[in-house]
Design a protein around this ligand. Sequence first.
Ligand SMILES: Nc1ncnc2c1ncn2[C@@H]1O[C@H](COP(=O)(O)OP(=O)(O)O)[C@@H](O)[C@H]1O
Ligand SMILES: [Mg+2]
Length: 271
Amino acid sequence: MTTVTEPAIRVQGIEKSFKDLQVLKGVDFDVARGSIFALLGSNGAGKTTLVRILSTLLKADVGTATVHGFDVSGKSGDVRESISLTGQFAAVDEVLTGRENLVLIAKLRHQKNPGAIADELLARFSLTEAGGRKAGTYSGGMRRRLDIAMSLIGDPPIIFLDEPTTGLDPQARIEVWQTVKQLAERGKTVLLTTQYLDEAEQLADRIAILHEGTIIQNGTLAELKQLLPAAKVEYVEKQPTLEEVFLTLVGASAGARSDVAASANDTRKDS
Ligand SMILES: Nc1ncnc2c1ncn2[C@@H]1O[C@H](COP(=O)(O)OP(=O)(O)O)[C@@H](O)[C@H]1O
Ligand SMILES: [Mg+2]
């Protein structure tokens, strides 16, 4: 049933309301196997709602989605065995050491050699030295790395990262970015949500912008940048930043990011 050409994730016409609030109004996209796909949207855009639907924690009202070839509503057990989910709030137990956290999850997931799995993951995520310390003493970046390491136990092919760097300092963000890139290099499919333009720009093979309930653009970074004309500045062609593209597409008011919006407006005809 699962063919090589089939996308890792296929989302078709997904709608979801909470009482009177329609959060998703028909969301469609595909995620290619082995790629990093960023779902970019402001706070409250519906990113977590969509990730919860794709990870079988929530049912859509309308539409279908398949993950690793399995329908999220009809084959939820198979979907769960194919994915890992790391949320904005780390699932790390602070009283246990990093290594103990990993061993615990490996046992819960019925892995054969929990200690060896823990040691391999500690090494892979540069946590070997910290492995014997209580996770409560870890920095934000270390904790998030441990959380991602825990989610990889059982070797799922598809990784959901819901705002993996929200709340982290700049150094920790870079550490997590390196971790995410390594996942894709090892052949994992990564769907990450973010409200940070630079994160999408740094990591993603494709970026989809979720705004007012639908995907208003979906493309590579280069394709998104082509939506705005390059501006000529003193003989040097200045490419628009993803930030300029995003703000133009979502029609953000100039007040939100006045410097960027103002300089973008200087060079274009829109008002
Ligand atoms: N269980 C829920 N009940 C009611 N409203 C919800 C629920 N979950 C999310 N929402 C609302 O749906 C909207 C989208 O939320 P969410 O998916 O968390 O956005 P994001 O992750 O993009 O910040 C928000 O307005 C939020 O308040
Ligand atoms: Mg969210």
